[in-house]
Design a protein around this ligand. Structure first.
Ligand SMILES: NC(=O)c1ccc[n+]([C@@H]2O[C@H](COP(=O)([O-])OP(=O)(O)OC[C@H]3O[C@@H](n4cnc5c(N)ncnc54)[C@H](O)[C@@H]3O)[C@@H](O)[C@H]2O)c1
Length: 246
């Protein structure tokens, strides 16, 4: 019960990693505000958690909607913010629309900034913390993902910058960088065209049974958000089954 009495906000909680994080925090005693654009998935997640979950539909692309989500989560104070909502679109760069590049940045990066900014006044009061979901694509360039990689490198940079800025005021900011996790995001159909699959496969996990499930990422997030990690800020924890080891 590491989060008994704590108020936690989890974005992207209708599905995949965000849902697993919300379930884990609730199981460990937290009241969770769960945000997502997918109302049906959010209702499903809320039903799985029970009455300690408050679902709030929001759109990460809309700044006012992000701020309203934070205010709803902080009605009785706010202790932890997990920025998980995100999108993946990939494909050869010559065919990649600038509009899609910009949308990746709005959803994966700008919304994280808007939510952190809105949450900081509450977190300064509670001496709370933030855990952002980056990616191995936030640490290394991956083929066909210039937009996604840019958006996630920015999340990692923002995490360490905020950690430096707020450490002296008692707010911790960390990130978890997952490798490939089995979720709806990674089950999408690949873009059409002539893709270099050998290059794509180079980044496979090297650990025996290294493929990750949402729960593996949730455990890392909960650790960083907990008292056990009270000395950790600016940490970027890679959980990728050894994808980045060479
Ligand atoms: N699955 C992976 O392999 C993997 C690897 C590294 C990082 N990540 C990151 O983990 C996070 C969660 O991804 P996931 O794999 O669970 O995927 P997912 O598609 O299952 O979940 C993403 C959630 O974000 C929500 N979302 C998307 N756009 C939104 C918007 N405009 N407003 C509000 N919510 C929105 C979706 O509705 C969805 O519920 C993302 O940030 C993703 O980039 C995933």
């Amino acid at each position: 019960m590491r989060f008994a009495g704590k108020n936690v906000l989890v974005t992207g909680a209708a599905s995949g990693i965000g849902r697993a994080i919300a379930i884990l925090f609730a199981r460990e005693g937290a009241r969770v505000t769960i945000g997502d654009i997918n109302a049906a998935g959010l209702a499903e997640a809320a039903a799985m958690i029970g009455d300690t979950a408050t679902p709030v539909v929001y759109d990460a692309e809309d700044h006012a909607s992000c701020r309203a989500l934070v205010d709803a989560a902080a009605r009785e104070g706010l202790d932890v913010v997990c920025n998980v909502a995100g999108m993946l679109k990939w494909g050869p760069t010559e065919d990649f629309a600038v509009a899609d590049f910009e949308r990746l940045l709005r959803i994966n990066t700008t919304s994280v900034f808007v939510i952190c900014k809105a949450a900081l006044p509450y977190l300064l009061k509670s001496r709370g913390n933030i855990v952002n979901i980056g990616s191995t694509s936030g640490l290394r360039g991956m083929i066909y993902t210039a937009g996604y990689c840019a958006s996630k490198h920015a999340v990692v940079g923002m995490t360490t910058a905020l950690a430096a800025e707020y450490a002296a005021r008692g707010v911790r900011v960390n990130a978890v960088c997952p490798g490939h996790v089995d979720t709806p995001m990674t089950r999408q159909t690949p873009p059409s065209g002539d893709l270099d699959w050998d290059m794509i496969r180079r980044g496979m996990p090297k650990l025996v049974d290294g493929s990750c499930a949402p729960k593996d990422i949730a455990e890392a997030v909960a650790f960083l958000a907990s008292e056990q990690a009270r000395k950790a800020t600016g940490s970027v924890l890679v959980v990728d089954g050894g994808q980045l080891v060479s």
